[in-house]
Structures are given as C-alpha cells and as structure tokens.
Write a protein that binds this ligand. Structure first.
Ligand code: ZN
Length: 197
C-alpha cells in the first residue's frame, strides 16, 4: 500500500492506519484544495474518532489553532466546514457501505480478541482493502458533498428590529438572521454549529 508521507506520519502517531484516519485526511485535503487553504475554515465533526486527528493536523498546517468542534447532538452531516470569507458551508455525508467494513467482517471483531490467527488475517486483509479504496477513489465516490451559500443578512436596519425565520417562523433580531441560499433563517435553522452563529 502506498501511503502519502503526511498520512504515514499520522499513522505513526496513532499506531495504525484506520479507515477513519484515512477518511479524515482525504476529506481534509479535499477541503484544503477547495478553499485554497484552511486558514478561514471552521471545522466540525459528528463523532470523535481518528478522523479528528487528521483534521486537526491539517488545520494546524494553516493556522495557529487546530480546533475541531465535535457535535453534541445528531447532525445531518459527518463533517461540516464553514469558510467565513466566502460564506460557504460544505457538508460531507459518508456513504456507509463504502466507508465501513462489510458486516460479515465487522462481526469477526469479537473473535479477534480470542487470538484466532486465521480470522485475524481475513480481518486485516479486508481492512487493508478498505483503506486502499479510500486512498485510491475520489472523495466524492464515498462522500456526498453538499455546498450551501450561507451569509449574514445585510445590515442597514435599525438595531432591535425583528424578522421571521422562514423555516420555523420564530421572530429573530435582524442582525442575528442568516441568508441560507436566499432563505432567511434563525441561527438554529441555519444549519451552522452554535459556535459559528
Ligand atoms: Zn428558525
């Protein structure tokens, strides 16, 4: 398996090359290229797994901080990136059957602790095959990527003036409202994680 040097170094830190580490690194590189850097890009992930290691590492290449927000409730994405300068939100949803080991292989995991060498070999081969596919295939073959235009509503109204969210109908202060693909939204309905609102 030919592993890019950056990912190889991360593998040494982690101890092994997992599918999650590979996914985090490939998604991070995709976003880095998309926005020509990660300086002004906020990052959130649905779960705290090895992907975070790779995303933090890539973020630190561009910025003094390596902050990645971990969602504290269910989200419609696995990874979310917000480029404040262009008001672009990029959401990634993993396609499970392309990013996870098949169920028959995952079900072997309980047997591996019993030190069964034959099963361990089968499991390792499947793991290597999955990591290879994640490295070789385009990110868009195993992630659905959604781009959303996301800007603060233009100011110029008197402070304290309210407007209604088009999604939930709640009144919100004009300066707290978002324009999501032309739709006026409150912070909750904007789809942004709370730290970015
Ligand atoms: Zn709302």
């Amino acid at each position: 398996m030919l592993v890019p040097m950056e990912l190889y170094n991360l593998t040494l830190k982690k101890g092994h090359l997992s599918p999650e580490l590979t996914i985090g690194w490939r998604v991070g590189k995709y976003v880095e290229e998309f926005f020509a850097g990660l300086e002004d890009v906020s990052i959130a992930a649905a779960r705290d797994d090895d992907a975070i290691l790779a995303l933090k590492y890539l973020r630190r290449q561009h910025s003094l901080d390596n902050q990645v927000t971990i969602a504290d409730k269910a989200t419609p994405w696995d990874f979310l990136f917000f480029h404040a300068t262009t008001g672009t939100l990029l959401g990634f949803c993993l396609i499970r059957h392309r990013t996870q080991l098949p169920y028959t292989i995952r079900s072997l995991e309980t047997d591996l602790v019993r030190d069964n060498q034959a099963l361990t070999a089968i499991y390792q081969a499947a793991l290597e095959q999955l990591v290879n596919a994640l490295l070789d295939q385009p990110v868009t073959s195993y992630c659905q990527v959604r781009q959303v235009r996301c800007r603060r509503l233009q100011t110029g109204v008197a402070s304290g003036q309210e407007i209604h969210c088009r999604s939930c109908g709640q009144p919100i202060l004009h300066q707290r409202a978002w324009d999501i693909e032309g739709r006026i939204c409150c912070p909750t309905c904007s789809g942004l994680v709370p730290a970015w609102q």
